[in-house]
Ligand binder design. Structure first.
Ligand code: DX5
Ligand code: ZN
Length: 215
């Protein structure tokens, strides 16, 4: 079954706890938490303190997407705050392999993400070490952007690379996901749909999530 991960970037930040309860009650599998540092991307969002503050509200899997430079500086704090998956970007500065190894040491699931214009070959060296590959289908930094059409083709190539390792690696997609683009990504081989603006604007989020799970 498809894993549905609403992105809390589109939640009402003045009521973050209630919004986390809302997605949990709507049947979401994971909460996708976008961390931005104003350096790797122009925007700034949340840090470990916020993740820690909302952790007791739900048992849902926390899928932390680090859009930050030199991510190794913060993986310990996010692990301690209650992250389950911690994903770093191949384009970020710093020791990315070291960050991935540290996430594993901390007993969490490491992930690697790549931007829409980054070639798939850039993640090859991380395949043996990660549990998740996050394919960006928008330039990271903001919600509500248009889906990049090279997504599904990139996903099918990444699916094959992931399967060729013989290990179970989840393939996730993030950016511009709605009912149509989500279905196409699942057909291309994706396991996880991370979606912000489209899911949060649904009056009946539960019905939409149930539909996506059955793609
Ligand atoms: C963008 C974030 C996404 C964002 C997606 O940089 O990584 O997780 O919330 O938002 P939508 O689904 O609106 O494109
Ligand atoms: Zn994200």
């Amino acid at each position: 079954m498809v894993i549905v991960a609403p992105s809390m970037l589109s939640a009402d930040f003045s009521r973050l706890g209630e919004e986390l309860s809302r997605i949990t009650e709507a049947g979401a599998d994971w909460a996708h938490l976008d961390v931005m540092d104003g350096m790797f991307v122009p925007n700034i969002t949340i840090g470990p303190l916020v993740v820690e503050a909302i952790r007791p509200i739900s048992d849902i899997t926390f899928d932390v997407h680090l859009m930050i430079q030199d991510p190794i500086r913060y993986v310990d704090q996010f692990a301690k705050a209650g992250a389950d998956y911690i994903t770093v970007h191949t384009e970020a500065e710093g020791d990315i392999m070291g960050a991935i190894e540290r996430i594993r040491e901390l007993g969490k699931h490491p992930g690697i993400s790549l931007n829409p214009d980054t070639p798939v070959s850039e993640i090859e060296r991380y395949l043996e070490h990660v549990d998740l590959i996050l394919v960006m289908t928008v330039q990271p930094g903001f919600g509500g952007q248009k889906f990049r059409e090279n997504g599904p083709e990139k996903i099918s190539r990444i699916r094959k690379m992931a399967d060729a390792t013989g290990r179970r690696i989840l393939v996730s997609v993030d950016g511009g996901i709605n009912r149509d683009t989500g279905r196409r990504c699942v057909e291309a081989g994706v396991d996880v749909l991370a979606a912000g603006s489209y899911l949060f604007k649904q009056e009946d989020m539960a019905t939409e999530i149930a539909l996506w799970k059955g793609f």
